[in-house]
Ligand binder design. Structure first.
Ligand code: SAM
Length: 208
């Protein structure tokens, strides 16, 4: 996976490649999908949610560029796969998920992997985690129509925020960095994520 799907397609950051080689993706899937764990694709994780394609996880992690001492906020724990990658690279990871069943399963995986630098919270991640702000990195792994204001407010000077912005059908990966003159935006191509469900994003799941 690391050589064929990531390095060969432009992922250059050795720390990101090493973290992705370390985390066993099969542990983050329902048992009947374990054989597909290294497919070049997103996969279902239950409750109508997905684990992202490895390339997208790598691209978002590389764009976030977490360093050893950073505090990183992740919105949308899902299976916990992206969280585990971040925990290998950052000082502490704060992750928020709205679906209790997914969060309980992810917490069990973190324990099994011995990842002790992860804090979890059940709730609406669009509000961020103000008590622990500011964050050097914020990553949103669900699609939003715009950047929720609490997240930009909780971004540290020099910090980066990575988020898919668009409608329910398709989004663009947006990277915001807080510079001396304000937020600077960069675009990193098209993506497709499940929606961020929040009064600050999409208010209802499209299938309900
Ligand atoms: N990063 C995850 C992984 O590695 O498995 C995949 C995340 S999945 C594409 C998006 C997740 O965002 C889902 O688990 C969904 O329940 C969660 N989500 C949606 N809206 C949310 C919200 N407002 N707050 C927190 N989590 C939310």
């Amino acid at each position: 996976m690391v050589a064929r799907q990531l390095a060969a397609r432009g992922i250059r950051d050795c720390r990101v490649l090493a973290a992705m080689a370390w985390v066993p993706r099969e542990w983050f899937l329902p048992p009947h999908l374990a054989r597909e764990a290294y497919d070049d694709a997103p996969l279902p994780i239950g409750s109508g949610q997905t684990i992202s394609q490895p390339l997208i996880v790598a691209l978002m992690t590389e764009a976030l560029a977490p360093r050893r001492r950073d505090r990183v906020l992740e919105i949308g724990t899902g299976s916990g796969y992206q969280t585990a990658i971040l925990a290998r690279l950052a000082g502490r990871v704060y992750t928020i998920e709205r679906l209790p069943d997914l969060l309980v399963e992810a917490e069990e995986r973190f324990r099994r992997l011995g990842l002790t630098n992860i804090e979890t919270r059940l709730g609406d991640g669009a509000a961020g985690w103000p008590e622990c702000a500011p964050f050097q990195g914020i990553i949103v792994t669900a699609a939003a129509p715009g950047v929720p204001t609490p997240l930009t407010e909780q971004l540290a000077p020099g910090g980066r925020l990575v988020i898919p912005i668009g409608d329910l059908a398709a989004q663009e990966l947006i990277i915001l960095q807080r510079g001396p003159a304000g937020l600077v935006e960069r675009r990193a191509g098209g993506v497709r994520f499940v929606p961020l469900i929040s009064r600050l994003a999409f208010t209802e799941e499209p299938w309900t």
